[in-house]
Design a protein. Structure first.
Length: 330
């Protein structure tokens, strides 16, 4: 089997990691016209592989699913529901394989703890001021860079990661600290090219209600039970830029010169808290739609979505905390 034949395999066909590498390398180097010619050879190539007995399987799960939303909108609850769904059922209904979670909240909460310890030791804070806000917006950018670093370490350390796992990423951003346009621009291109986005849509009022409801003072570091003071939540998250980021296209987010598919999960009626079948049905519907977008070409004569990725601004990502309650990251 020639490398030319292997190189035209679509992302959904997985045999060994080198197949995907060859495919991406070829597409990046070719003109749109030649890309179209290669895409036209895909069906023929699959038939050749079948006749030759070449070992390939169809991947039916997202490489990376990124959940975005206001704080307390239901991101972590969706992830919890997926974690508690058996693997075979999860892959069939939601197109999620073995799960690896990457959430910035544990990272930033560790910074808050470090600053409290430094203060106790008589040293200045490294990350936050006396009111619990970051010392500079570059630290919010750093959180996104850390998400990318964690993903790259998973690729390095987990055998067969691309074939078997779905990385689940989550974070919240407000306009006050750069918004989603800024944050998404700090993800590595390796993630952008493989990513799909699920945006959980709730109003500011619903975010505020659930933020208050979920607070557990005994577990301020809990992903599911952390909270922000009302004033801080309003300052950081009342306004967000999701409508601006998603305005150009009803199915794709433009980020870093790439195209990333997205769908919106309406959760004003809060189907996520109950963790019941109402959540399962809505999630299945939305992720099935997203999977359909994820697998198809962006447009004729161009790379597939998974080879192009997304495009956004390059600024910041910000949270802050009060001394009694850290900030929100998810």
């Amino acid at each position: 089997m020639s490398s030319r034949a292997l190189g035209v395999l679509p992302r959904a066909w997985r045999s060994q990691a080198r197949v995907e590498e060859i495919y991406l390398e070829l597409l990046r180097k070719l003109s749109p016209a030649r890309r179209l010619a290669l895409v036209g050879m895909m069906n023929e190539t699959v038939n050749i592989l079948a006749l030759s007995g070449y070992d390939y399987i169809e991947k039916n799960t997202f490489d990376i699913l990124t959940l975005l939303a206001r704080p307390a909108a239901g991101k972590s609850e969706v992830i919890n529901y997926l974690k508690n769904t058996p693997l075979e059922q999860r892959a069939e209904r939601f197109h999620i394989g073995k799960m690896v979670e990457i959430d910035d909240f544990p990272m930033l909460y560790a910074w808050f703890e470090e600053d409290d310890l430094l203060e106790r030791m008589g040293y200045p804070h490294l990350h936050t001021d006396e009111d619990g806000y970051f010392l500079g917006n570059h630290l919010w950018n750093l959180l996104i860079e850390r998400i990318g670093l964690e993903y790259q370490k998973k690729l390095r350390d987990i055998a067969g990661f691309n074939e078997e796992y779905s990385a689940i990423v989550e974070f919240s951003r407000g306009t006050e600290h750069g918004g989603y346009a800024s944050a998404l621009a700090h993800l590595p291109v390796q993630m952008v090219e493989k990513m799909a986005v699920l945006y959980l849509d709730v109003s500011w009022e619903e975010s505020l209600r659930k933020n208050r409801k979920r607070f557990n003072p005994n577990r301020p570091d809990s992903i599911l039970e952390h909270s922000l003071p009302d004033a801080k939540l309003e300052k950081l998250y009342r306004e967000n830029d999701w409508k601006e980021v998603s305005a150009a296209d009803p199915e794709y987010l433009p980020i870093q010169g790439k195209q990333v598919p997205y769908v919106v999960f309406e959760n004003e009626d809060d189907v996520t808290t109950g963790q019941g079948e109402a959540l399962g049905k809505r999630l299945q519907d939305k992720l099935s739609t997203l999977w359909g977008i994820y697998r198809r070409p962006v447009n004729q004569g161009h790379m597939t979505r998974s080879d192009q990725g997304i495009e956004a601004g390059r600024e910041t990502h910000s949270h802050a905390r009060g001394r009694s309650a850290p900030l929100d990251g998810g």
